[in-house]
Ligand binder design. Structure first.
Ligand SMILES: C[S@@+](CC[C@H](N)C(=O)[O-])C[C@H]1O[C@@H](n2cnc3c(N)ncnc32)[C@H](O)[C@@H]1O
Length: 232
């Protein structure tokens, strides 16, 4: 896993509060796919610094479970929210083995799945953990945007991409998987979940005041993909 989410976890926590990609694009677009969350049992897969946890607590969920591969991220969530949240380290590429069948109303998984090689076990386990009528919302890199990083030139081939990101103000190496739209959607539907909403994001006008050229690029080009899928 990238040092970004281990060694630099505290810096990452500060930056994502009000940056363009997370605060002005990813979070509003993910939250737009949720219904009222009051009194719901929610699982946050790949919770990071707990920025969604804060939102869920403020919106009166019944029970919130936060999991992340990085124990540094889990520590931040524990520090911030204590017993208001059940949090533990979990590699979500194995699903949610500690969670009961039919126990969650909502599962979210923002910006995590591009770090997972095989998506099928993830969605199979989400399907098991969701109650009937429950749903999952996830966001991931947009396949069109990531195709710029291809080395094979074959859109349909899954590839590992290594990049340096300036998210925290200094370059940090990040490795993720680039894959086709059909690979993502087929993993969802193979689990029995049904895709009910799909969005390519909508950057908030606030981004204009942070960096106008990035705002214009995000207004005109897809960067992330947002999917809601239901257990019927
Ligand atoms: C881009 S951050 C997103 C964090 C949070 N979901 C948010 O939107 O603020 C990606 C997170 O995924 C976590 N992660 C990466 N691979 C994971 C895995 N296999 N299982 C669980 N978490 C993982 C990282 O530790 C990091 O906290």
């Amino acid at each position: 896993m990238s040092e970004m989410y281990i060694k630099h976890a505290d810096k990452y926590a500060k930056v994502v509060k009000d940056n363009i990609y997370n605060a002005c694009l990813e979070r509003p677009s993910t939250l737009a796919l949720l219904d009222d969350v009051t009194d719901k049992n929610v699982v946050d897969m790949g919770c990071g610094t707990g920025i969604y946890a804060k939102w869920f607590i403020e919106h009166s969920v019944k029970q919130l479970t936060c999991v992340d591969l990085s124990s540094e991220m889990v520590d931040i969530v524990n520090r911030e929210f204590g017993s208001a949240v059940k949090s533990y380290a979990q590699d979500v590429s194995l699903g949610l083995p500690a969670e009961q069948d039919n126990s969650a109303d909502i599962i979210i998984c923002p910006l995590v799945l591009h770090y997972v090689e095989d998506l099928k076990p993830v969605f199979n386990d989400v399907q098991r953990v969701l109650k009937k009528g429950g749903y999952m919302v996830f966001s991931t890199h947009h396949p069109f945007a990531d195709f710029e990083c291809t080395t094979s030139g074959n859109y349909f081939e899954r590839e590992t991409v290594q990049e340096e990101w300036d998210t925290i103000g200094t370059p940090v190496s990040v490795r993720f998987y680039r894959r086709s739209l059909s690979e993502i959607i087929n993993a969802v539907t193979a689990s029995g979940l049904v895709v009910s909403k799909l969005s390519e994001g909508d950057v908030d006008e606030k981004a204009k005041d942070i960096c106008e050229s990035t705002y214009i690029r995000l207004k005109n080009n897809p960067n992330f993909l947002f999917v809601r899928c239901e257990r019927i």
